[in-house]
Design a protein around this ligand. Structure first.
Ligand SMILES: Nc1ncnc2c1ncn2[C@@H]1O[C@H](COP(=O)(O)OP(=O)(O)OP(=O)(O)O)[C@@H](O)[C@H]1O
Ligand SMILES: [Mg+2]
Length: 420
C-alpha cells in the first residue's frame, strides 16, 4: 500500500533547515509505520527498507526537497538506522577502529580511537532523542531504565557493554558509555607489539598460568584488565574445565571447555536477582578446574578466595584498583562487606594464602596500556603482606625494571624456570 500524502496530519514547518527536516521525516515515518501497525522488530530489514524508501520518496516530493540519488540513498539509510538501529551512533558502531563510545548528553559524543579520545560531529536532536535510541538498545536486553531505576549495565546483542545513567542522577542529559565488543581479541603478538609487556614477562605469565597460580589482575577503568584476563585464559590447559562468572558477559576465552555464567539483576518488581555470590557458590558444585570471576566487586570475593584456597588453583579475577597496594586494601574492604568478624591479620593470612600473583595494568604517560607491575604475594608475616616484585614499569626511563632480588619463594618454585 502506498502512502497518500494528503491524508497525513503531518506538515513540514516553514523554518525547517536540513537537520529539522530529518527530524520531521523521522517523525513522519514513525507515524506512518504506527498507522499501518508495523512492528519494526518483526520485519525483515530489506522489506522494511523498501517500504521506508517509498515513504521517503513521498515525503521528498511532497515537501519539494531537492536531493540527488546519493543523498536520497543516504537519507534512507539514516532513517533505517534511526528506526531499526542505534540512530546517530550506528556509524560509530560500524567503525572498527572505535573502541569506546561516550555520549555526554545530546550535544557531545566522544569516541576512543587507537587509544585516544576524540570529539565527533555526531549529535542527537535533543535529550528525548538520546532516550529513544537508548531504550531501543536496551529493549532486547530486558534491562530497565527509568527515573526510579536511573542506572543500567547491559550487554548488547553484538557483545558490546553498555552503561547508562540518566536523570535525576545525570544532570547534563543522559550519559551513555559503550565499550564495543572487539570482533577479535588482541593477540599476544599484538599486545607485545603495543608494548603491553616484554617477551620475558609474557612467558612468565604463561608459565604462571600453566603452574596454576591464583592470579588477580588489578587496574583502573579501561586499562586492559579484561583483555589481559582473556589472554591468560588462553594459556590454560585445554583439558581443564573453566567456569566464568560475570555481571555482563564480556570474556571470550579462547578455550574448548568454558562455561560462561552471567548474574541477573532484579526485575521491575525487585525479584529474581541472582548475584555473583549465588553463582560462585553454585559453581563450586559444577566440578570446575578453574574459576574465573570477570571482576570482583562485592561479597562474592569471600567465596572466590575460598575457592582459591580449596583446590581450585589457577583461578583468576580482576579488581578495580589504582595500584597494587590499593588492590590489596580493596580486597580487604570487600571482605569487610561480607560481615567478616575475624582479625585483620587472619584476613591477610587468608588473602595471602589464596592469591599467588598480583598483576597490575595501567595507562602509562604515553597513553599506552601496559602491565606496570607483576608481584608475587609471598605470605603474610606479622600481620603484613610480604610482596616480591618481579617486573615493574619505570616511568622515568620509560622501560621495564626487573628488581634483582633473585628471591624464589615456595610459590614461585611451582613456576617452571620461574625467572629466567
Ligand atoms: N595493551 C593494549 N593495547 C591496545 N589496546 C588495548 C590494550 N589493552 C586493552 N586495550 C583496549 O582497551 C580497551 C579497554 O580494555 P579492557 O576492556 O580490557 O579494559 P578493562 O580494564 O577491563 O576496562 P573496564 O574497567 O571497563 O572493565 C579495549 O578496547 C581493549 O581492546
Ligand atoms: Mg573489564
Amino acid at each position: 500500500m502506498r502512502f497518500n500524502p494528503q491524508g497525513s496530519q503531518f506538515r513540514l514547518r516553514e523554518d525547517s533547515g536540513r537537520e529539522r527536516y530529518r527530524v520531521h521525516l523521522h517523525r513522519f515515518l514513525i507515524e506512518e509505520l504506527e498507522k499501518r501497525g508495523i512492528d519494526v522488530g518483526d520485519v525483515d530489514r530489506r522489506l522494511l527498507g523498501n517500504h521506508i524508501a517509498g515513504l521517503v520518496d513521498d515525503f521528498i516530493s511532497r515537501e519539494g526537497i531537492a536531493v540527488n540519488t546519493g543523498e536520497r540513498e543516504r537519507l534512507i539509510d539514516e532513517m533505517l538506522n534511526e528506526i531499526l538501529g542505534y540512530g546517530p551512533l550506528e556509524e560509530l558502531f560500524r567503525d572498527p577502529h572505535i573502541s569506546d563510545i561516550l555520549v555526554n548528553g545530546p550535544e557531545r559524543v566522544v569516541v576512543e580511537r587507537h587509544g585516544r579520545l576524540e570529539e565527533t560531529g555526531v549529535r542527537f536532536v535533543d535529550e528525548s532523542h538520546v532516550m529513544r535510541v537508548l531504550q531501543r538498545m536496551l529493549a532486547p536486553t530486558g534491562r530497565r531504565l527509568d527515573e526510579s531505576s536511573p542506572m543500567v549495565d547491559a550487554r548488547l546483542a553484538d557483545g558490546s557493554r553498555l552503561n547508562a545513567i540518566i536523570a535525576p542522577l545525570a544532570l547534563d542529559g543522559p550519559d551513555i558509555s559503550i565499550r564495543k565488543a572487539r570482533r577479535d581479541q588482541l593477540s599476544a603478538g599484538e599486545l607485545l607489539a603495543n608494548g603491553a609487556f616484554t617477551p620475558e614477562m609474557l612467558s612468565f605469565l604463561r608459565r604462571s598460568v600453566e603452574a596454576r597460580m591464583n592470579m588477580l589482575v588489578s587496574g583502573g577503568t579501561g586499562t586492559g584488565k579484561t583483555t589481559l584476563l582473556n589472554l591468560l585464559g588462553q594459556f590454560i590447559d585445554p583439558d581443564q574445565r573453566i567456569i566464568t562468572i560475570e555481571d555482563t558477559a564480556e570474556l571470550q576465552l579462547d578455550h574448548p571447555h568454558v562455561v560462561s555464567l552471567e548474574t541477573r539483576p532484579p526485575n521491575a518488581e525487585g525479584e529474581g536477582e541472582v548475584t555473583a555470590r549465588d553463582i560462585v557458590r553454585n559453581v563450586l558444585r559444577m566440578r570446575p578446574d578453574r574459576v574465573v570471576v570477570g571482576e570482583v566487586r562485592g561479597v562474592e570475593v569471600m567465596d572466590l578466595l575460598q575457592a582459591m584456597n580449596t583446590g581450585h588453583d589457577g583461578s583468576m579475577s580482576t579488581l578495580h584498583a589504582n595500584n597494587p597496594a590499593d588492590a590489596l586494601s580493596r580486597l580487604e574492604m570487600l571482605v569487610g562487606f561480607t560481615g567478616y568478624r575475624g582479625s585483620e591479620s587472619t584476613l591477610r593470612q587468608m588473602i595471602a594464602s589464596a592469591l599467588d600473583l598480583l598483576v597490575h595494568v595501567s595507562r602509562t604517560r604515553d597513553g599506552r596500556r601496559r602491565v606496570t607491575s607483576v608481584q608475587e604475594l609471598v605470605e603474610c608475616r606479622d600481620g603484613n603482606y610480604v610482596l616480591n616484585e618481579l617486573f615493574s614499569w619505570d616511568p622515568a626511563s620509560g622501560g621495564y625494571r626487573r628488581p634483582a632480588s633473585g628471591f624464589l619463594s615456595s610459590k614461585l618454585q611451582r613456576v617452571e624456570g620461574a625467572l629466567p
